[in-house]
Unconditional design. Structure first.
Length: 434
């Protein structure tokens, strides 16, 4: 029974420890990831500190860093809770071993007193030879041997329990030390959070002083964004019209082939790969297919693009999203709706294609270049480029450099990414990027 109790206690303790350790490892991985994101955000902030004026990019970056800092502190809080649970579990185990040791020592003491009182060999012999039969004498000898082994096992159990208790005490001390370390980290991060809040307040105050200038920038950005959207819509319309014209041309060629075959009374294979003869009744001209953009060349490309939803690579190696798809609320309370995303990055950074495709067009919008890539029924657009290294009609591969990021209206580096379908619907790029 005692052996079973030992086994159960050891198994339950190590099970709890393993579960907690796995959770702590996950938290530490999350913490490392948050740290990396914070370092990247801080680098962007440092790059922007050289500007003569505070800008919306800095405000967005400090907001993002504050969010990351809060998540980091929340992560540390969860870690502390796990350590507290481990401390409580260890303390309960130690208390259990203390009670078990008291019981074992008490039983061992009673057995030792009994053995002392019956230490004379004559008493043992009398106990054996006073048996009523030979079989009874054999049972008494076995009983004395069992009792002696029982006392030895009692002593071993006490030593083993003391060793286990010692291990738990050492583990408890280690956990408490770890908790103190994590608490110090939490205090440090809480201090950093206060510093960042003060920095945010300073940036907000400076931005309020630039109210008129920022409003002008916002108006200019909206106009610029609208021009890019019109360029995308025009490209999609042209692609659809070209596909429709090609389909109608093909249908006319098929009809002409059938008419010619009728005159010659010979079978004919039309462009649509349908064999007919002169006895075939001439039908109405073949209509263009309902899906205009999916010809034989880009059907597979289109399917592959859809399959890669959620795992497309980002268009820049390093950067941070400062404007998200949809509604964005600025520090002034102003709300701006965008149909793509804006990624802050260093001026001159490489901008890459997010997937295989064909360069549909390269257009100028004000003083920036815009690249539109067709992926079957889908289009990805890269705006705010300073230079472009591709041309219309060129095939590109995933990750291929298509241009360089330029400065935006704030004078900081960024690029815009849009994703649209053949109907002109805007799609959230962040749901497609990994």
């Amino acid at each position: 029974m005692i052996k079973f109790i030992f086994s159960l206690a050891i198994f339950s303790f190590f099970s709890l420890s393993l579960s907690a350790q796995e959770t702590r490892e996950e938290l530490e991985k999350q913490r490392a990831k948050l740290k990396r994101e914070m370092d990247e955000t801080q680098k962007l902030l440092n790059n922007n500190k050289g500007k003569t004026k505070e800008n919306l990019v800095q405000w967005k970056l400090i907001n993002d860093k504050l969010n990351l800092q809060n998540r980091l502190i929340e992560n540390i809080g969860k870690d502390i809770n796990i350590l507290d649970n481990n401390i409580n579990t260890n303390q309960r185990e130690i208390n259990r071993y203390n009670k078990l040791l008291d019981t074992l020592k008490e039983e061992y003491a009673r057995s030792m007193v009994y053995a002392y009182k019956n230490r004379n060999n004559y008493d043992f012999l009398t106990f054996i030879f006073s048996a009523g039969s030979f079989n009874d004498a054999i049972k008494r000898v076995a009983y004395l041997k069992y009792y002696r082994d029982y006392r030895e096992k009692q002593g071993e159990n006490i030593l083993r329990t003391q060793e286990l208790r010692k291990q738990k005490v050492n583990e408890l001390g280690s956990i408490k030390e770890k908790k103190n370390e994590v608490l110090q980290i939490k205090d440090k991060e809480a201090t950093a959070l206060q510093t960042q809040k003060a920095e945010k307040d300073r940036i907000v105050n400076d931005l309020k002083k630039q109210g008129k200038e920022l409003n002008n920038q916002l108006v200019a950005f909206k106009k610029q964004n609208a021009k890019v959207e019109r360029a995308i819509a025009a490209a999609i319309k042209k692609a659809t019209d070209d596909a429709r014209k090609a389909a109608l041309k093909k249908a006319k060629e098929d009809e002409a082939a059938i008419l010619a075959a009728k005159k010659n009374n010979t079978p004919v294979k039309t462009n649509s790969e349908k064999t007919t003869t002169t006895t075939t009744k001439i039908k109405e001209p073949v209509k263009a297919p309902e899906t205009k953009l999916l010809n034989a060349e880009n059907r597979e490309l289109n399917e592959n693009f859809k399959k890669n939803r959620g795992i497309l690579p980002w268009p820049v190696d390093k950067g941070i999203t400062i404007l998200h798809f949809g509604r964005n609320q600025l520090q002034s309370g102003t709300v701006i709706d965008v149909t793509g995303i804006t990624v802050a990055t260093d001026i001159g950074s490489n901008v890459k294609a997010v997937f295989d495709g064909v360069i549909f067009s390269v257009v100028f919008v004000e003083d920036m270049e815009v690249v539109i890539i067709q992926h079957g029924e889908y289009f990805s657009t890269y705006s705010n480029l300073g230079t472009v290294s591709v041309k219309a009609g060129q095939n590109v591969k995933t990750g291929q450099v298509i241009g360089k990021a330029a400065a935006n209206l704030d004078g900081t580096g960024s690029m815009d990414l849009y994703i649209n379908d053949s109907k002109g619907n805007s799609i959230d790029p962040e749901k497609w990027l990994k």
